[in-house]
Design a protein around this ligand. Structure first.
Ligand code: ZN
Length: 203
């Protein structure tokens, strides 16, 4: 009974949303698509698979990965997502770390950077907060764009997969007319993967 009532409530809400969109757009299929888009937007699974920046093989789960970077003068740079040594295809004869011999090497398990706690950790690179840095003068990263790329890879659903086809999408004119946000939202990323990624059934 409860489940049935829930389904009916949901159907009423969806049809209300579609009517509202229809009034705005005057086109049924556009209205349905817009409602489906907003419904899907927060339902994509969180990122859980990455491609190693060294060996380019799959890192299957955050516990198989490592984040490494360099740090000098309290500022971080050169972020890389790589295999944790025991999960590396090169193990035991080698690993995927690039900074092993660097004096300013820093690293941590990839699972420290995912989820809500991981986002807190990553934001701390930009600003340690007023308690520890009352006179904020600059961020804790050398290149904010590089940091944003890592945050997108770790937190935006589908971004890690879609970035593999980014150049093809650019070359194909996929981003024409895009604003600053639209290329990075998961629904768009899904369309990039569908359009430029490997086709199921070959070809
Ligand atoms: Zn690797």
């Amino acid at each position: 009974m409860v489940a049935a009532r829930k389904t009916i409530t949901m159907q009423v809400r969806v049809s209300e949303e579609i009517s509202r969109e229809l009034a705005k757009r005057g086109n049924v299929s556009e209205a349905v698509r817009s409602v489906l888009d907003s419904w899907m937007e927060d339902r994509w699974p969180r990122p859980g698979k990455w491609y190693c920046d060294t060996c380019h093989q799959v890192i299957d789960g955050a516990d198989a990965g490592f984040l490494e970077w360099l740090e000098g003068d309290d500022r971080a740079r050169g972020f890389r997502i790589v295999h944790h040594a025991p999960s590396s295809p090169r193990y035991p004869d080698g690993d995927c770390y690039r900074y092993t011999n660097e004096r300013h090497r820093m690293d941590n398990h990839l699972d420290s950077f995912v989820g809500s706690r991981g986002l807190v950790y990553l934001l701390g690179f930009l600003d340690r907060g007023p308690m520890h840095d009352p006179n904020y003068e600059s961020s804790g990263v050398v290149n904010i764009r590089e940091w944003v790329e890592i945050v997108r890879r770790l937190h935006t659903p589908l971004y890690e997969e879609a970035r593999r086809y980014w150049r093809d999408a650019e070359a194909g004119g996929f981003f024409e007319g895009a604003n600053e946000i639209s290329p990075y939202v998961p629904n768009t990323l899904w369309r990039i993967i569908s359009q430029y990624g490997p086709k199921s059934g070959g070809g």
